[in-house]
Ligand binder design. Sequence first.
Ligand code: MF3
Ligand code: CO
Ligand code: CO
Length: 264
Amino acid sequence: MENNSIPIHKDSDFEGMRKAGKLTSYILDQLEDLIKPGISTNEINDFCHKLIIKNNAIPAPLNYKGFPKSVCTSVNHVVCHGIPSDKKILNSGDIINVDITVILDGWYGDSSRMFVAGKINKKNYDLIKTTYECLLLGIKKALPGNYFGDIGSIIQKHAEEKKYSVVRDFCGHGIGKSFHTAPSVLHFGRPGEGEKILPGMFFTIEPMINIGKWDVKILNDGWTAVTKDKSFSAQFEHTVGITKDGNEIFTLSQNNTDFPIKGM
Ligand code: MF3
Ligand code: CO
Ligand code: CO
């Protein structure tokens, strides 16, 4: 049954999310060495697909509302939901978001990171670094007693201070035993707006930040979201659970590469 109330999970549900989140981050951890100039986005898809299956999990995007692949690969001005393809071969300097969602024992883990093929330039590095900071600032506000607007407003403030824009058309979401539940976790807004954050809520934070304007359009494939002005876009995503006195990030890297871009 669909409803708009935010699911509250039991303490014992955290264990399922921990396992799903750990597998998600483990697969992302393997991509740093794989992503190089010359690789196609479909090779990245196939690598992830095999590893997910090998670990007794299911790639949630595959056939989700008709999505044809197992992960999303969003390159340069693609904001999100890029479809892996043999034809899309990475060039040196391309930036890519790989978004992985696994279903393990019925629980969903959802996380994405930015990677670079070869060498990053300063303009893209600054965008990616700010986007990652936006995610971390949002997570810091994901506390019991705070409001979802506290998360959105700090993300928007940080992005706009750097003259970037926050994508409005996509948001984070509740997650757990389904892919997308209430609430919609906006990456913009005002402090105190929206629902109160409570222990037992599981949700994603996944800001999409553009160098140019926030406007996006969907390509004819029905999925690929791109910036209208062709400016580059970055995104990071974690799945978190709210505890009695803070939060737990289920999708943390196990080798400290949550931010897999070498410093400049
Ligand atoms: N993983 C995406 C999210 O963060 C959703 C991808 S749905 C797909 O919510 F169908 F495009 F794969
Ligand atoms: Co998500
Ligand atoms: Co995702």
